[in-house]
Design a protein around this ligand. Sequence first.
Ligand code: ATP
Length: 365
Amino acid sequence: MSTVHLSAITKQFGKVTAVEGLDLIIKEGEFFTFLGPSGCGKTTTLRMVAGFYYPTKGVVKFNDRDMTTVPPEKRNTGMVFQNYALFPHMTVFENVAFGLKVRKMSKAETKKRVEDVLRKVRLDQYMERQVSQLSGGQQQRVALARALVIEPDILLLDEPLSNLDARLRDEMRAEILRLQKEYQITTIYVTHDQVEALTMSDRIAVFNFGKCQQVGTPTEIYNEPVNDFVAEFIGETNLLPVREAASGESLRSFHADVLGGEVSVNNTSLNIAGYTENDDLMMSVRPEAVEVSGQRVTGANVFPGRVKMVQFTGAAVHTYVEMNEQLTLVGTALNQGPSTYLKEGADVFVRLPEDQIRIVPKAGV
Ligand code: ATP
């Protein structure tokens, strides 16, 4: 097993800076996810760990060993690609055995190892089948087996589930986690799917524009986003520009305009991400914290609005409320039955509970 240290990593492709000034430590046995939108540098970073790219600047270490310019075949990493990259006309056995053949392992040892790993991914019945005759999920298992059979120190997975349908994706998520725990292998997983990242990871690094925005556990990232980009990318949130931030000795107050009044937040020091005086600030309120009611509501931060759209998802109901021409807020409530559903066009009251509002700086680019 290995730790992975990335120090001050920058990768340029001509004029394009794909990754900039990245520092990360991935711990032994950790399931670590690179999460971010398309083009933010996740795959480039993974490829620098695998050795397919060398950084323009910075150092890659496995434990204390400098790996920055060590070629991929000397790193003992196992990689699973988005498109699996299997040999379609070879059998399952031949595909999985390929890496061992290259390493000149004896036939007997190869057979034992391949059979062992195919049992672990539950494909031992398919050993002689050609890969082209397998389903997508089965091909994914072959790709996993091929990565694991070499007993890698680090497992690298690049969007491995994006070609599968929703149900199979769920199944394979559980399967990958089971194997990762069984092998106790340091794993880096690349995805743009926030649910995948939240449900699978020990820790997540959120990327945007080649820079790491935040590193944390799934609950830290969701509950304590460090800026508006992270708040919006992980789950949904309502963002309101802060008009004014006043600081006193013990009282800090923030205000945002809403038709019919202003949202005010006082004394929320626990709920404020680090920011400097000059930062542009936003209020972030998760939809599940927003109360939308057909009845008059009393208390602070209550505003009138009109229901624009109701989205039924089964377990939950999202209600989009128009507050003014520029501002629509969304509230999400658990499905409490048809009598509780609000109708489009209904006049409602929206409450933004003060202790659920997080003040975040705008992400710099
Ligand atoms: P996706 O989820 O779409 O794969 P990503 O976050 O993995 O995106 P990267 O593939 O790492 O993003 O790309 C980061 C940036 O670097 C993008 O602007 C991309 O166009 C650029 N880039 C990546 N590989 C190369 C390359 N070989 N040559 C030139 N530019 C590249």
